[in-house]
Write a protein that binds this ligand. Structure first.
Ligand SMILES: Nc1nc2c(ncn2[C@@H]2O[C@H](COP(=O)(O)OP(=O)(O)OP(=O)(O)O)[C@@H](O)[C@H]2O)c(=O)[nH]1
Ligand SMILES: [Mg+2]
Length: 450
């Protein structure tokens, strides 16, 4: 059941175990990201509880002492102030949820929930919830629902236990109530529903493939896909490059569907740009699988624009995550341009210059820019067009006066460098894709034969 955001403020606390393999910087970055994710869901994070451990506690993720500390905080026990002065729930806020920065097992979640007396959501659940809210199209909705059901299935039994003999429904995890038979029934329903959704997706995919094939047939194969970490500025750049109105929002996972638009002003060859779903560290596995089809767009592209938020202190880690996902979906062979975006958002002017030169040194092939600077966008557009013009050929076409109705086709598909005429017809010196030019020649000769 989705959690309503609008009614009253929702308060959350964040809790995490720091394993020995994770350094402080990484650990902090991950916590910051979880807080961002929480904000996207409409939560106000009032406190963070961390604990260094060699491994997660098998019963309830956090150690017993930390659990008690959180319980006291949630219940605002008076003794708590002496216990840990640094974090006091002084405004006596009612904590709605504890967000845990790892994926934890169903029984760990249940035990923690029981012990601290407050709903627990793990990182996976948080991300699934955001995807669930942001999914718009039928395909995205179906994909998210499959991932959610897959996550929920093993948790049903735990939810039933938590609900107790009365079988009252609990929020969050989505249990239906007590009793084995109910759980089994629910599980079967989930399996059936997943199968049904998968069939729907297969059908939608076939449809999408046909559309894509038609599009490519019509417009050649010049396709670019914007990929990268969530909130990097992909949709902003998409808008700027295509003059279209795609959704831009300062929240995580604003885009869940792939949209396709033409590069604007139009170029020869015409270039199609697609925006894709953002990546994130530890993207739940169910979601990677679900969004594979959406990301196929990236696989099919001739060029990837890997957008990186250069103003984020953790940008290198984010860059790495995107690289990994691209390997996972088999798109690591596609040529790509790295775009270090939001340079305008880095500190003051001096810091921008310094950051930019450091980036240029480390990534000589990368582009350092700002999606909100029209000159930067124009330059990037030029670079994209140049990429696709590498393979263009320059040649001459002759169009007899009797076939002048085809003149528009030349202008629509090629860059006309020169046009001159004689008694028989018109000569065009053109630059275009070899395949397109051959098609035009075929057309001309057919007309002549008629
Ligand atoms: N200052 C600055 N802000 C930018 C720039 N590019 C994007 N933004 C802002 O960054 C936020 C995220 O931008 P989006 O374009 O929605 O990011 P996205 O990569 O599509 O994000 P998801 O769809 O969530 O994966 C928005 O608030 C944008 O206005 C930039 O070059 N400079
Ligand atoms: Mg977007």
């Amino acid at each position: 059941m989705p959690i309503e955001v609008k009614e009253k403020p929702k308060y959350a606390i964040v809790a995490a175990v720091q394993l020995p393999s994770v350094n402080d910087v990484e650990f902090e970055a991950s916590l910051t990201e979880l807080r961002e994710l929480a904000k996207t869901l409409g939560y106000k994070v009032v406190s963070t509880f961390v604990q260094k451990r060699s491994s997660f506690d098998t019963t309830a993720y956090l150690g017993v002492g930390k659990r008690q500390e959180i319980r006291s905080f949630v219940h605002n026990d008076s003794g708590y102030i002496e216990y840990a002065e640094s974090v006091v729930n002084s405004d006596n806020r009612e904590i709605d949820v504890i967000l845990v920065d790892h994926e934890i097992s169903p029984s760990q979640a249940r035990n923690l929930e029981n012990e601290v007396g407050c709903e627990v959501m793990d990182r996976t659940m948080v991300i699934l919830e955001i995807f669930h809210r942001n999914a718009r199209s039928r395909a995205a909705r179906a994909q998210v629902e499959i991932a959610r059901l897959g996550y929920m299935a093993p948790r049903l039994r735990e939810a039933a236990k938590l609900a107790g003999p009365q079988g009252r429904q609990r929020s969050g995890v989505g249990g239906r109530g007590g009793g084995e038979s109910h759980t089994e029934l629910d599980r079967r329903k989930i399996r059936d529903r997943i199968a049904e959704l998968q069939q729907e997706i297969v059908a939608m995919e076939a449809e999408r493939k046909t559309q894509r094939a038609r599009r490519q047939e019509r417009q050649g194969l010049a396709t670019v896909a914007l990929v990268g970490y969530t909130n990097a500025g992909k949709s902003t750049l998409m808008r700027a490059l295509t003059g279209s109105e795609v959704l831009v929002a300062n929240k995580l996972f604003a885009t869940l569907d792939t949209t396709v638009r033409t590069l604007y002003p139009e170029s020869v060859p015409r270039v199609l740009v697609s925006d894709t779903v953002g990546f994130i560290k530890n993207l739940p596995h169910g979601l990677v699988a679900s969004f594979k089809s959406t990301l196929d767009e990236a696989l099919d592209a001739s060029l990837l624009l890997h957008v990186i938020d250069a103003s984020d202190p953790g940008f290198e880690r984010q860059l790495e995550v995107t690289n990994q996902v691209l390997v996972e979906i088999g798109a690591d062979e596609v040529p790509r341009i790295r775009i270090f975006n939001k340079i305008d958002h880095v500190g003051d002017a001096a810091m921008q210059v310094e950051h930019e030169s450091a980036l240029r040194e480390k990534y000589p092939d990368g582009v350092v820019m700002s999606a909100i600077q029209p000159e930067d966008v124009a330059q990037l557009r030029q670079q994209i067009v140049a990429f696709f013009q590498q393979d263009l050929v320059e040649t001459e076409l002759f169009l007899p006066w009797t076939a002048q109705q085809l003149r528009g086709g030349i202008y629509a598909n090629c860059q006309v460098l020169e046009e001159r005429a004689d008694d028989e017809g018109a000569f065009f010196r053109v630059r275009g894709e070899a395949e397109t030019i051959n098609k035009l020649r075929e057309q001309f000769s057919r007309v002549r034969e008629v």
